[in-house]
Design a protein around this ligand. Structure first.
Ligand code: BV8
Length: 249
């Protein structure tokens, strides 16, 4: 076991409240491409940041709708990986673990994590683009049409936060409360470039929390962390769970 992993495990075991922020890297080993990965196939010519915006949807709703339909299928076929499962295991043995995710794939919930704070929404939910109420997509929706809200007739859209859109108030408040109250905040699989999610680590530190990062690569957060575990979440999180479980309180 590496020294930093043993130290982080000991810190986890002693913490009354742990805050976790996950990013696309945690779902990478489930086959869900990260935002920094190049898109594949027919989406290769597009950048995610250019499609995940209200302007893109207004300009070409069918293109954006099809991109999300492709991602929904990819996510539905994906399975939680060992990293997702280990995080659910840590939540079960620690006094309090608040999980904030930037991911919209629902894999943490499918792995058994509870009370997941979906900071950027969830791709499996579809809402009216005007009323924002959840709507189920009619099965007989033609593939060359964006379905419309049965209530008001407006276009339907994925229940995710696009660039330039505000984080849902409940998620923003819950994440802010957790980050401010935790003693240890761990950023896992995130490039720490998307705000305001990336600011949660600083909020935690300003309130006295120790910071840790689990990522194969350095990020803008790395220099401000107390613990750094360089590697993938599917390898390091099970090892961390095992190390924490081995420490008798
Ligand atoms: C807002 C849902 C205001 C959609 C997403 C301050 C400074 C700079 C910019 C801004 C700022 N404030 C606001 C902005 C603008 C913008 C922003 O941050 N832009 C960035 C690009 C500079 N932010 C916004 O627009 C936000 N809204 O601020 O609104 C407002 C307020 C009031 C009223 C109106 C408006 C909204 C941002 C949310 C955007 N939506 N997702 C969808 O998914 O389609 S964000 C999207 O990006 C995903 O959620 C994804 O999670 C995220 C990308 O970040 P990461 O998760 O970190 O993923 P990434 O690919 O970047 O990195 C992967 C990491 O994993 C890497 O580090 C890699 O090394 C690592 N990794 C790889 N493999 C593994 C691994 N780690 C572990 N294990 C592995 N195996």
């Amino acid at each position: 076991m590496s020294e930093p992993l043993a130290q982080l495990a000991a810190r986890l075991r002693d913490a009354a409240h742990v805050g976790i922020l996950t990013g696309a890297g945690v779902s990478a080993e489930s086959g869900v491409p990260t935002f920094r990965d190049a898109q594949t196939g027919l989406w290769a010519e597009y950048h995610a940041e250019d499609l995940a915006t209200p302007e893109a949807f207004a300009r070409d709703p069918l293109l954006v709708w099809r991109w999300y339909a492709w991602r929904r299928e990819l996510v539905a076929a994906a399975q939680p990986n060992a990293g997702h499962v280990a995080l659910a295991g840590l939540q079960r043995i620690l006094p309090r673990l608040s999980l904030i995710t930037q991911n919209v794939d629902g894999l943490h919930q499918r792995a058994g994590s509870e009370g997941v704070i979906e900071f950027h929404g969830n791709i499996q939910r579809t809402v009216c683009s005007v009323e924002r109420c959840e709507v189920s997509v009619p099965d007989d929706t033609p593939s060359d049409e964006v379905p419309c809200c049965p209530g008001c007739g407006a276009l339907l859209r994925p229940d995710v936060v696009w660039f330039g859109e505000a984080i849902p108030v409940e998620a923003l408040q819950a994440a802010g409360t957790a980050a401010s109250a935790c003693e240890l905040f761990i950023a896992i699989g995130t490039s720490a470039q998307v705000h305001p999610a990336a600011g949660l680590a600083d909020l935690a530190a300003q309130n006295g929390a120790m910071l840790a990062e689990i990522n194969p690569e350095a990020t803008p957060l790395s220099g401000r962390t107390d613990y750094v575990l360089r590697g993938t979440s599917a390898q390091l999180l099970p090892a961390l769970l095992q190390a924490v479980s081995a420490i008798k309180k």
